[in-house]
Design a protein around this ligand. Structure first.
Ligand SMILES: NC(=O)c1ccc[n+]([C@@H]2O[C@H](COP(=O)([O-])OP(=O)(O)OC[C@H]3O[C@@H](n4cnc5c(N)ncnc54)[C@H](O)[C@@H]3O)[C@@H](O)[C@H]2O)c1
Length: 271
């Protein structure tokens, strides 16, 4: 018989949570966990959620559209008396972006900046006045292992994720005295549509799993667990920092590098 692992139960009744990219792998898991712990959850996404949940209301909003984000936040505030937790999670990593900088379509580069960096700004900027009025709030930015280190062929996506980490640090410093905490979470490879779409570019599932010391991809629920803790009173002295939830990947020091190194990077030392 295995040893007891302990148990955590969260209580979020009365709290209002806003999750962007709520229809995706990690966003939906975060929304479901908050809903299961009693929170009222609002989600923003350009896509449809995978299921119905009476505690999760999804608004069709493109986070890179500042006016649409501001309108959505006003609509939410007309229904509830505050916003306690915001999870900036909507981001894109198109398969066609796994190219060196001079080969990426300029439109893709711009789109990643608009969604992955701009979207995080617009959402935070729209909710901060309410959090200041409340003198409370938690913002969690989904960053990435790429916020800390890089690999070949991610010149568009990687730097946007580093920006998400520094956005969190910046906002944390600026709003700490208003009772607002801001933290980023940096996942390793998590089994979601985003990662499934680019498995080939990342060397295949087995190789990608093996590059994590724990020997597998993470589950969306394992990221949700970190976000719920960061948003809880258990993390009341945690702000302006990043939590790597990556199965040890950061210790190993590599991420989406193609398992088979592309020929143009290889030096044939056996010649
Ligand atoms: N999956 C991973 O391995 C991994 C690793 C590191 C970091 N992350 C980060 O976690 C977050 C979630 O990733 P995921 O794997 O769940 O991705 P995903 O592709 O499964 O979900 C992303 C969601 O965002 C939505 N979205 C995209 N553009 C949008 C826009 N302009 N406005 C509103 N919604 C939009 C999509 O429709 C989708 O529902 C991202 O910030 C990503 O960078 C993921």
């Amino acid at each position: 018989m295995g040893r007891p692992l302990g148990k955590i139960a969260y209580e979020n009744h009365g709290r209002v949570v806003l999750v962007t990219g709520v229809a995706g792998g990690i966003g939906w898991a975060i929304a479901e966990e908050f809903a299961a712990s009693g929170a009222t959850v609002f989600g923003l996404d350009v896509g449809a959620p995978p299921a119905a949940n009476s505690r999760i209301s999804v608004l069709p909003v493109d986070v890179s559209d500042r006016l649409a984000v501001e309108t959505a936040v006003q609509q939410i505030l007309a229904q509830v008396d505050g916003i306690d937790v915001v999870v900036n999670n909507a981001a894109i990593q198109p398969v066609a972006s796994f190219r060196p900088l001079h080969e990426i379509e300029p439109e893709l580069l711009e789109q990643m900046l608009r969604v992955n960096v701009g979207g995080y700004n617009w959402v935070a900027r729209s909710v901060l006045p309410q959090m200041i009025r409340q003198q409370s709030g938690v913002i969690v930015n989904l960053a990435s292992a790429h916020a800390w280190r890089s690999s070949r062929d991610v010149p568009g996506y990687g730097p946007t994720k580093a920006a998400n980490r520094m956005q969190a640090v910046q906002w944390a410093l600026d709003y700490a005295r208003q009772g607002i905490r801001v933290i980023s979470v940096s996942p390793g490879a998590i089994d979601t549509p985003l990662v499934r779409a680019s498995l080939e570019q990342q060397g295949g599932e087995g190789a990608l799993a093996n590059r994590h010391p724990l020997g597998r991809l993470g589950k969306p629920q394992e990221i949700a667990a970190a976000v719920l803790w960061l948003a809880s009173p258990g993390a009341s002295f945690v702000t302006a920092t990043d939590l790597e939830v990556d199965g040890g990947l950061g210790g190993l020091g590599s991420f989406a590098d193609p398992y088979e190194m592309p020929a143009r990077f290889r030096i044939d030392r056996d010649k």
